[in-house]
Design a protein around this ligand. Structure first.
Ligand code: ASP
Length: 319
């Protein structure tokens, strides 16, 4: 595998292998000296055209823990048109000998453009492209679910039969799309819960059950996992719900809904959270919330992805 562009490109075996490698990386992250020499001599560029806290820091830490040389390029606010600036920047990075580029861009398809352009020979990792995909988020979410459900017996496991409810701004969410693809591959039972205005209008081409009432779904389905999505106001060009107060009341996760979850169920959020809108403080900080675990697991999973894409290439060259 050279690039990671979509969660949908992974077979079940490939996805489980990345999650298993991440288990090993998590052990490294628990050690006093959290470092492996795996990517020594490799250059990884973090090319961020859009804001990010968790993802950027997490990739940087993952790269450093694998001993790569890391360049951070934040291109936000560039006045050059997007296509042009991407090409110019890519060619500059190629001239510097980048072995991998981690790209985040507000345009859907930006990572694919870079991978198929021929401007760069190194690996491309999609760290979020517009409303399209965010494959490493899906992998860290799957890792988090597997760990909470199977604990120390997680190795080799899929998410067969796990019932996952993804709630909220599905329409604008690359997290929802990548999660859907990976969860389908891993055998989970996916449910989308949102007001009709925040669901894609054509549901025939995705494999998830649709619900319009959060309370009804929680009661009827008793999900193992509830994943709350951020309301993405920056991607909304119209009004999708009457008021924030109303959204919080019908679609937000709160203490009362937390009480309806089964005790073993987990509550996820990819961050950044709009506290008081899609999730309240009591739920976000509860023992069932995995928000901070997701952040910690993100480092191990991204180490596993970098290892899979970059050390394979080294082994192949050596043989
Ligand atoms: N951090 C995630 C993303 O970049 C989720 C979000 O922003 O709502 O897509």
């Amino acid at each position: 595998m050279k690039n990671l562009l979509s969660a949908g490109q992974l077979s079940g075996a490939q996805a489980v292998e990345i999650l298993d490698i991440a288990e090993g990386m998590a052990d490294v992250n628990d050690r006093e000296i959290k470092k492996l020499p795996t990517l020594r001599g490799k250059t990884v560029v973090n090319l961020f055209f859009e804001d990010s806290t968790r993802t950027r820091i997490s990739f940087e830490l993952a790269e450093k823990r694998l001993s790569a040389d890391v360049i951070n390029f934040t291109a936000k606010g560039s006045s050059v048109s997007k296509g042009e600036s991407l090409k110019d920047t890519a060619q500059t990075l190629e001239a510097m000998g980048a072995d991998a580029v981690v790209i985040r861009h507000s345009a859907s398809g930006a990572a694919n453009v870079l991978a198929n352009s021929g401007w760069i020979n190194g690996s491309i990792i999609n760290a979020g492209d517009g409303t399209h995909e965010h494959p490493t988020q899906a992998l860290l979410d799957a890792y988090t679910m597997r760990k909470r459900i199977h604990g120390s017996a997680s190795m080799g496991k899929t998410l067969e039969g796990v019932k996952v409810a993804i709630v909220g701004d599905i329409l604008h969410s690359r997290v929802a799309r990548s999660n859907l693809l990976l969860l389908n591959t891993l055998g989970a039972d996916v449910h989308f819960v949102a007001p009709p205005t925040l669901l894609p209008s054509d549901s025939s081409n995705f494999d998830a059950k649709l619900h319009y009432s959060l309370d009804e779904m929680l009661l009827k389905e008793q999900p193992d996992v509830v994943m709350m999505l951020r309301i993405q106001t920056e991607r909304m060009n119209a009004s999708f719900f009457p008021t924030e107060r109303e959204y919080a009341r019908y679609w937000g996760f709160n203490a009362q809904r937390l009480g309806q979850l089964k005790k073993s169920a987990i509550l996820m959020h990819p961050g950044p959270m709009n506290r008081g809108l899609e999730i309240d403080a009591v739920s976000a900080d509860s023992a069932q919330s995995t928000v901070l675990e997701q952040v910690a697991n993100g480092v191990s999973v991204r180490m596993a992805v970098l290892y899979t894409l970059l050390s394979g290439e080294r082994n192949a060259n050596a043989s």
